[in-house]
Every structure is written in structure tokens, then in C-alpha cells.
Design a protein around this ligand. Structure first.
Ligand code: ADP
Ligand code: GN1
Ligand code: MG
Length: 355
């Protein structure tokens, strides 16, 4: 690993480099130097992100743009250059690597610890979206084509069912039935986009709680991280993906589904934070579809986990056999719970937006 680290302009001799964090996509390492300076080293998953040069160009452009709007170094991710002045290094044999300054004196949560933290994460993602409203969207590479195209996600599930690569199809009859029963509704926001009823914005597209850093003393927003999927998208999807993960009362891979619910209190808290940070720039249709964003991002994630299980766990990192199926179960439980709380979710958003 030292060979890779030494390709970057680091401040001091590295003394340790260990796996870090709970991301499902990249390989992340914490590098500590002898003077205490810390970095985040990442091996970019180039099976998921096929166009590494395009991905890195997006991140360079977005971080430079955000850095000009807000020069505080802890408020934007900062890439460390290589000794040759490049923003990343590597090739197909050793993989592609980048180095970020560690965002110090911060916390990154895997689970909501207090509603105030969740509120602040909503403010962070809402502000992020608002800050990028002036960014030229057409200069961004689509790092994963059709990432939140729910119609295409259903097609991918059907393909995984038909291919049955891992021979697991017969085990998951009820899960497939649950998913396909909602396949028509799944396309509703894509169809609104096509009809011009929803605008495309520059969005983050992966607004999990562990993709935002809060200050460890004030617990106010510091920095939005994991910028690999910043590309044109729907505001409601950024809102929705945060609800999927953060408003759940249990972990994404909880086996006891009795513990898994979408907390209406946390839904309300997040909606308040998000709408306070960017609501004034959202259209009526965007506000109205926020609950649908929550349901569809949860459904989409569920069918992605299920398809990956059928494909033999080739996309998301897993730590034990069956983890993708456990993840699909929690997502489907959350979808069903949102269906039973639908009127309340819509009423909450309406009430907040009217203020
Ligand atoms: P993945 O795409 O695999 O989710 P992330 O970029 O989200 O990768 O990184 C994984 C984890 O590493 C994050 O959830 C966070 O805990 C930590 N992390 C990433 N970048 C930084 C950073 N610059 N400073 C501090 N922690 C970071
Ligand atoms: C992945 O990279 P990470 O762990 O923040 C995935 C998201 C899923 C999420 C499910 C590029 O996010 O789309 O919602 O797992 N990222 C990518 O936890 O596919
Ligand atoms: Mg992440």
C-alpha cells in the first residue's frame, strides 16, 4: 500500500493504513502519518464506475465549484494531488486510487442518534442541492447511466430473475411477487420527468446518513461526501434516499423485521430540515412528490438488493451470505410500512410546505 500512498503529495511519512467505514461500493482506507495528519485513501470500484476519468472530472469540478462558494476547508471534500499533479492514480491492474484530506473533528453516523442530528443531515443535503443549482449540469458525466431510472431498475430485476445466475430464484418467490406487484407504480416519477412535470437538477443521488459529516462539537453540517454519483437527478430522490436509510428504525440488514419501521417522527424531522434548506427553490410538483421519492428510493434499493442476490452478490459488498436478501427484506418492509402511513406522510409534507 505504501507504494500507492507515496504517489500522492502527503505531508509526512505514513505509519498506518487500515480499512475504514461502511460504504458498500469503494474500498476505503484511513491513512495516518507520523505527525498525526490523516487521509482517506480510496480504491474506486471500476466495475461499478466504468468511466473513472469522467467520474474524477465530475468530482474535481464539483469540489472546485463548492469550494468557491464556501472556502472553509472542512466544508468541501479536498482531493490530494499525486506528485505528478494528477487527481488520481492507477491502471486496470492495480486499480484506480484517490486520496482525500480527512474531514477532522467530525462525526459520520451509521444510525440516527438524535432527531437533531437527522435534522442537520437534512439541512446538509438540502444546502448541497441548493448550492449546486447554478452548476452547469450538462458538463457532468453520467457516472452510472440510468442510476435512479426506476423503470430500468425493474427491467434489471426481470433480467436477473430470467438469468437466475446464482440459482436462487426459487427461494425468493414472495419477494419477487412483492416487487413485481409495484412495478407499474415504480415508473411514475420517471414518467413525470419525461412529460416535463418534474425538473432535472444536479443531485447527490446517494444521500445516506453516512455520506454526510457533522461537526463533532456543534453537530452542525460540515461536509457532504461520497460524490461519485453527483449527476442530474430528481430532488425527491435525494430526499427519499435519506428517508429510506435514516428514518428506518433498524439497520439496513436487520433480520428481525419486527424492528423495521419508517418512523413518521423522523420523516417529519427530515422533511423540515430539507424543505427549510432548499424548499424555496423546489416546484410544487417536486414538493408534492417528496413522499413518493421516499417510497420509490426504498423500493428501488430493495429490488437492487434482490437482483444482486439473484446475480450472486456481485455489486454490493457483503459480509455474510444472504446479506443482500436481508437488505431486500428490510427495504420491502419499509415500503409496506410507508404504504400504510401514506396519508400521514403526504399531510406532513403539505403542512411543512405551507408554512
Ligand atoms: P462508499 O462509496 O463506499 O460509500 P464513501 O466515500 O462514502 O465510500 O466512504 C466510506 C466512509 O468513509 C464514509 O461513510 C465515511 O465514514 C468515511 N469517509 C469518506 N471520506 C471521508 C473524509 N474525507 N473524511 C472522513 N471520513 C471519510
Ligand atoms: C451504495 O456507496 P454507498 O454505500 O454510500 C449505493 C447506493 C445504495 C446504498 C445502499 C454507487 O451506497 O446507491 O442506495 O449502497 N451506491 C452506489 O445502502 O450504487
Ligand atoms: Mg458512502
Amino acid at each position: 500500500m505504501n507504494d500507492i500512498i507515496n504517489r500522492f503529495k502527503i505531508q509526512a511519512k505514513p505509519v498506518s493504513c487500515e480499512r475504514y467505514g461502511n460504504g458498500h461500493i469503494n474500498e476505503t482506507y484511513l491513512v495516518v502519518c507520523e505527525n498525526g495528519k490523516r487521509y482517506i485513501l480510496q480504491k474506486i470500484n471500476n466495475r461499478v464506475f466504468r468511466n473513472v476519468a469522467g467520474l474524477m472530472a465530475n468530482i474535481v469540478a464539483v469540489t472546485e465549484y463548492l469550494g468557491k462558494l464556501d472556502p472553509d476547508p472542512r466544508h468541501t471534500l479536498h482531493l490530494v494531488e499525486t506528485v505528478d499533479g494528477a487527481k488520481y492514480t492507477g491502471d486496470d491492474s492495480i486499480g484506480y486510487w484517490r486520496l482525500y484530506d480527512f474531514v477532522e473533528d467530525s462525526i459520520c453516523l451509521e444510525k440516527v442518534e438524535s432527531s437533531e442530528d437527522f435534522y442537520q443531515s437534512a439541512v446538509a443535503f438540502g444546502m448541497f442541492q441548493k448550492q449546486l443549482s447554478g452548476f452547469p449540469a450538462d458538463t457532468l458525466v453520467e457516472t452510472i447511466p440510468n442510476f435512479h431510472n426506476t423503470i430500468d431498475r425493474v427491467r434489471q430485476l426481470n433480467e436477473a430473475i430470467a438469468d437466475n445466475k446464482a440459482g436462487r430464484k426459487d427461494e425468493v418467490g414472495p419477494e419477487i411477487e412483492f416487487a413485481l406487484a409495484r412495478a407499474e407504480e415504480a415508473g411514475c416519477m420517471v414518467r413525470m420527468l419525461e412529460k416535463g412535470e418534474l425538473p432535472l437538477r444536479v443531485t447527490h443521488n446517494d444521500t445516506k446518513l453516512n455520506n454526510v459529516m457533522l461537526d463533532n462539537v456543534t453537530r452542525k453540517p460540515l461536509c457532504v461526501i461520497d460524490l461519485d454519483t453527483v449527476m442530474p437527478g430528481l430532488a425527491a430522490n435525494d430526499f427519499g434516499d435519506s428517508i429510506r436509510f435514516g428514518a428506518s428504525t433498524a439497520a439496513e440488514d436487520e433480520k428481525d423485521l419486527g424492528k423495521v419501521e419508517m418512523s413518521l417522527d423522523l420523516f417529519e424531522v427530515y422533511a423540515k430540515g430539507f424543505i427549510s434548506a432548499c424548499g424555496d427553490s423546489l416546484t410544487d410538483n417536486e414538493i408534492r412528490t417528496l413522499p413518493m421519492g421516499a417510497k420509490l428510493m426504498t423500493y428501488e434499493c430493495g429490488i437492487r438488493f434482490l437482483a444482486d442476490y439473484l446475480n450472486g452478490d456481485v455489486y454490493f459488498s457483503t459480509h455474510y451470505p444472504g446479506q443482500n436478501l436481508d437488505r431486500a427484506h428490510t427495504q420491502f418492509k419499509l415500503v409496506a410500512d410507508m404504504e400504510s402511513k401514506w396519508d400521514a406522510m403526504s399531510a406532513i409534507v403539505k403542512k411543512i410546505a405551507e408554512r
